[in-house]
Design a binder for this molecule. Structure first.
Ligand code: GLA
Ligand code: ZN
Length: 683
């Protein structure tokens, strides 16, 4: 298996000793407390540029060297950051072009972070010089295990340099302005371009009507940020740096297509900040679970949880305390889904500034009897007990498609509902339906291969791109089970509608043509009801509610399994199945309630022979996830309900390698709220 393997599961987090230069006793204290909490890794230098290059061209790395040495002597490794996420005042003053420009053309003042132009040759040069100096000095240090490049790249820049680069990107892509006009359909409203020089980024005070422009700008921004990352990595490599590289991604981050950025790192990492206890924990756990799975699926290799909060954050609308046991559950959930680390933001809580009330392993109070600190110590112990899971694999037979470009396109399409198409929520319905059965799920974009999965669900794939139709055809032909929903295969990669019927290129595979789609006002609903007499796995026996969108279809070879219960299209198909080649293709016509997905997917999985790794029904709110090595399977069972759950599993059939405090394993397994059990099974 590929990916970056560390010696053990990493435990630790962001550490900012540069904020504590006036408190020399702190470092000693921190190291003592880190060791006690079994912390073995910290991320250093993320926002330290000011201290690394206090005056232009004068590097001061000695303090960093000393800290890396001291940590190393104490068994603590370092993810060493490149500091490009924020820069010193002198740089912005001297080279204003590095500051970001807003959509309205105004240039930012110095301040905050992520406030840089990712095209600016000056900024790229400054970053390159810094990265090379850091790499030359520290890459060979045995305590440095990973390069943490920048921090949470985010945002867009509209400066003249970025706009120029965008026009260059377009020229490269389309060759001629005539071709660009064709692909963007600019005859519409007389918006034809005469030259590339006329092209501006999409903006509300200018062009928002050309969807091809909108999508290409988003693609360009992802590519340009990816290129900035590439240049950061190249700088490290040019001076011989050998340590692996990552950059930390964010939750549900629509701005950039992370797949385009992930290709420049050796290991994917991300920062997880769920609002635990806001809604039912089982729902938050599902939502967090899909993010973990997206991150893992990008490289189909273990990932790193780079940041998480051991107690409340300080930037969410309400910052609620983590209830006892939540930090353990959330940390082990990451490991269950394929993370080889549990890292926090931050090790020591800062005294001042924007994040002075952000949770940390070590509080302002600074002593060991702090509740959060003790919970982190517990996680440290847990990870040692789970060390044999390090770099084991999460194998999935089911996959769900979640595609960034499709997400952008749906939200901008000016289609059947401009007040909510619910792309992410729709993807989650399929994802949850698999997960509720205890199945691992890969979450792929349209460019990834779907070969080898038993079942692939593709919800709301409005845009077909990257040869997806051809992949699906082959997949079904060869025996795969494919599930498509309403409003799929409507446009091509330039957001141009398919002519001659939809889903474009898959009408024969699906055995139908989608004809019209009804947008429902909020609060309106329809329902799906069973067609009597069918014996297909997709056959359900009760009615289910649907809302938002109802697709009308005309079947050719597909068999209707459910029909609409109301409206002028009452009695017309609402769920169909089509036999194609050796496989089957299901089509879900409407935005049906979760229980519809749960029941349908349960039947389909059963028919396909996919079942949970434990020999009993998986109750709602219980997460089952497996990691495996060549000969061993590790079954993680977590209870996200607020009440106890009893699973009739014979513990003697397994080795219990981990159980949270409170778990009972006599005869059956009883988990209290937020408890985790890990069972080991020889394959
Ligand atoms: C992000 C950043 C960190 C910190 C945390 C706070 O993840 O990467 O530097 O600001 O948020 O939650
Ligand atoms: Zn710029």
């Amino acid at each position: 298996m590929d990916g970056v393997k560390f010696n053990h599961l990493l435990h630790g987090g962001d550490y900012n000793p540069e904020q504590w230069f006036d408190y020399p006793e702190i470092l000693k204290d921190d190291i003592r407390m880190m060791k006690k909490a079994r912390i073995n890794t910290v991320s250093l230098g993320i926002f330290a540029w000011c201290k690394l290059e206090p005056v232009e061209g004068v590097y001061d790395f000695d303090w960093l060297a000393e800290i890396i040495d001291r940590l190393y002597e104490n068994g603590i490794s370092v993810n060493l950051a490149t500091p490009s996420g924020a820069r010193p005042h002198w740089m912005a003053d001297r080279y204003p072009e590095i500051l970001r420009v807003n959509m309205d053309g105004s240039r930012n003042h110095f301040g905050m972070r992520h406030n840089h132009c990712y095209t600016s040759p000056v900024y790229r040069r400054k970053v390159r010089e810094m990265n090379q100096a850091l790499a030359a000095r520290f890459d060979s240090h045995p305590g440095v295990i990973l390069w943490h490049v920048s921090n949470e790249y985010g945002g867009e820049c509209y400066c003249p340099l970025c706009q120029q680069a965008f026009r260059g990107w377009l020229k490269e892509k389309y060759g001629s302005v005539e071709e660009l006009n064709r692909r963007w359909y600019t005859a519409f409203w007389s918006h034809t371009y005469d030259t590339f020089d006329q092209v501006e980024p999409p903006m509300p005070t200018g062009e928002m009507a050309i969807h091809g422009l909108y999508l290409d700008w988003k693609r360009f921004v992802s590519d340009q940020v990816g290129d900035f990352l590439r240049s950061e990595v190249e700088a490290l490599r040019e001076v011989g740096a050998k340590k692996p590289v990552t950059t930390n991604f964010m939750y549900n981050f629509q701005e950039y297509n992370y797949h385009k950025i992930a290709k420049f790192v050796d290991v994917v990492s991300w920062d997880n900040y769920p609002t635990w206890h806001r809604k039912q924990e089982r729902l938050t756990a599902m939502d967090t679970g899909i993010q973990h799975d997206i991150m893992r699926s990008m490289k189909k290799a273990p990932f790193l949880l780079m940041e998480s909060c051991p107690s409340p954050t300080n930037w969410q609308p309400v910052n609620k305390l983590r209830r006892p046991g939540m930090v353990e559950a959330a940390s082990l959930q990451a490991v269950a889904h394929g993370s080889d680390s549990v890292l926090y933001f931050q090790i020591r809580k800062g005294r001042g500034g924007f994040e002075k009330f952000h949770g940390a392993v070590i509080d302002h109070y600074g002593k060991e009897d702090d509740r959060t600190y003790q919970e982190c110590c517990q996680v440290g112990e847990d990870l040692i007990r789970l060390s044999e899971c390090n770099h084991t694999w999460v194998k999935a037979d089911a996959a769900v498609i979640f595609d960034w470009e499709n997400w952008w396109a749906i939200d901008e399409s000016k289609g059947p509902r401009n007040q909510g198409m619910y792309y992410k929520e729709t993807v989650e319905k399929s994802y949850y339906a698999f997960r509720k059965q205890g199945l691992n799920v890969d979450v792929l974009d349209m460019e990834q291969s779907i070969e080898g999965y038993r079942i692939v669900a593709a919800p709301l794939v409005y845009m077909f791109r990257a040869g997806f139709e051809a992949q699906v055809r082959k997949f079904v032909e060869e025996g795969g089970i494919f599930i498509l929903t309403y409003w799929s295969g409507v446009v091509d990669e330039n957001d141009l509608c398919f002519l001659g019927g939809t889903p474009g290129g898959l009408m024969d595979v699906m055995g139908l043509r989608s004809t019209e789609i009804d947008g429902l006002y909020d609060g309106e609903s329809n329902y799906l009801c069973p067609v009597q007499g069918s014996v297909d796995a997709g056959m359900l026996s009760r009615n289910y509610r649907c809302e938002h969108l109802c697709q009308l279809v005309e079947v050719s070879t597909a068999v209707p399994l459910m029909v609409y219960g109301d409206e002028f299209y009452q009695g017309t198909p609402a769920l169909t199945v089509n036999q194609y080649g050796k496989g089957k293709a299901y089509y879900i016509c409407a935005d049906a309630e979760q229980s519809f997905y749960d029941d349908l997917y349960r039947n389909i999985c059963k028919e396909a022979g996919l079942k949970a790794p434990i020999p009993c029904f998986v109750p709602e709110g219980v997460e089952i996830t497996t990691r495996e090595s060549e000969d061993t399977q590790y079954i993680f069972i977590q209870n996200y309900n607020r009440t106890d759950v009893k699973l009739p599993i014979r513990v003697n059939d397994y080795e219990v390698i981990f159980q949270s405090e409170g778990v009972k394993t006599g005869g059956a397994i009883t988990l209290r709220k937020f408890n985790t059990v890990v069972l080991k099974n020889r394959k």
